[in-house]
Design a protein around this ligand. Structure first.
Ligand SMILES: [Zn+2]
Length: 422
């Protein structure tokens, strides 16, 4: 007897509809028709079943703090950092934990079950580090959390920054972070990259730096991060987040940079919602979009994923932690609406994000942990167009969230139902 059977599923990887059998928390068979009895089953009726959404770049210590202690009036990254620095001394463990746990209920409802969150390690109390380590442990049954030691104010610019970052790693933080463009000088940015990569190398850890989150085309820290990635043989263990300066770089320079990135194995993350909101703020008109060169990086062979980055915090007042909203924004800002690009966009909030996080056993394949999401949509393009409800969210073979299908009733001289899946 199977534990669970999903009938008539559409998978992005196959043309025909399939049934998906689940036993002991794992996918045990995927075939056009499975007739074995099951304790419970769900008829997907051709709806898209995808692996859980992956948010490869988030800030869970700041989430849901919007308006504390004040709102960001300029809409710039730098005012956001200033507001966060005013809030930091006021943070309590209870409040940070309560906000993080509330956010995770939103994530689960939206089928986002893998999250890489940065945590600020320039607060001398490391209070948020302790809270997020607790949250990672308490929520591990339902969600995979990876934590990045993120020196928000600069690892060199902050007094004792190196010691604080190392203490956070000693506590059990998973990934080494950085912010070279926020150090005092370009040279110190480079120095921070070399030191942070050597820490990751010696401890066998992953790296994910905020890199060149700027409209300054001469912010070229990605060049040095790529160099160190190759020199130390870190390859896909290293990720560069944001890379917004690349939007404004000279085309000739980028034509040299992209092959070097591909050669090193470095991965990249773009944060479309936040980049379109924060970048170009010093422009009059025309205003730059500020997103990094995603199609070009993919073309060059660099893996790219999307992050949500923020939900209701000093940098971004909106969001529900819906990764399809991120992909929808990307489709517009990156001009990626070609028919074949829809599935690539969905990959960037699923499998490509899992590759950034170096997750193992991810995806709807026999033998993998039975984690998946059933969307009220029948194709990748509809997943983007409709930002559909998550009919079911499954983790380890158990349904952990569900939302009823959306239907509207309209009355134009006679009642008619509108089904949003078509
Ligand atoms: Zn960030």
């Amino acid at each position: 007897m199977l534990d669970y059977l999903i009938k008539n599923a559409t998978l992005s990887t196959r043309k025909d509809r399939v049934d998906i059998a689940i036993e002991n928390g794992r996918f045990v068979e995927i075939a056009p028709q499975i007739d074995a009895p099951a304790n419970d089953q769900f008829d997907a009726d051709g709806c898209l079943v995808c692996p859980p959404f992956v948010d490869s770049h988030f800030h869970m210590d700041a989430t849901l703090s919007l308006g504390l202690p004040r709102y960001n009036q300029s809409g710039t990254l730098l005012e956001g950092i200033q507001i966060w620095s005013e809030l930091k001394p006021e943070l309590t463990a209870e409040a940070v934990k309560q906000r993080a746990l509330e956010l995770l209920t939103w994530s689960i409802a939206k089928g986002t079950l893998c999250i890489r969150t940065h945590v600020d390690v320039t607060d001398p109390s490391l209070l948020a580090v302790d809270v997020l380590l607790e949250v990672r442990e308490e929520m591990k049954e339902w969600i995979d959390l990876q934590i990045v030691a993120f020196p928000q104010d600069g690892v060199l610019r902050t007094d004792g920054g190196k010691e604080l970052l190392l203490r956070a790693l000693d506590k059990g933080v998973d990934v080494v972070g950085g912010i070279p463009h926020f150090e005092r000088t370009m040279a110190q940015g480079s120095e921070s990259i070399s030191w942070l990569c050597s820490v990751a190398e010696s401890r066998g850890l992953l790296v994910d730096m905020h890199c060149d989150e700027s409209d300054d085309p001469l912010s070229r820290h990605i060049e040095h991060l790529t160099y160190e990635t190759r020199r130390m043989g870190l390859g896909k263990r290293v990720t560069a987040s944001h890379l917004t300066s690349m939007h404004s770089m000279d085309n000739y320079y980028v034509s040299k940079l992209l092959p070097l990135m591909a050669e090193s194995g470095i991965q990249a993350i773009s944060n479309p919602l936040i980049n379109i909101h924060l970048q170009g703020r010093h422009d009059t008109y025309p205003k730059r979009r500020g997103l990094t060169r995603v199609p070009e990086m993919l073309e060059a062979g660099v893996n790219v994923a999307f992050g949500h980055d923020c939900v209701m915090d000093p940098w971004y007042p909106m969001g529900t932690h819906d990764m399809l909203e991120v992909a929808h924004m990307a489709a517009h800002c990156l001009q990626m609406m070609g028919a074949s690009q829809a599935s690539t966009l969905v990959d960037m909030v699923t499998s490509r994000g899992a590759a950034v996080m170096n997750l193992e056993g991810y995806g709807i394949e026999v033998g993998n942990q039975a984690d998946c999401v059933v969307l009220q949509a029948k194709s990748a393009m509809d997943a983007l167009r409709l930002k559909p409800v998550r009919l079911l969210v499954m983790r380890k073979g158990k349904i952990i969230a569900s939302t009823p299908p959306v239907k509207a009733t309209i009355n134009l001289n006679g009642i008619q139902e509108v089904n949003f899946t078509i």
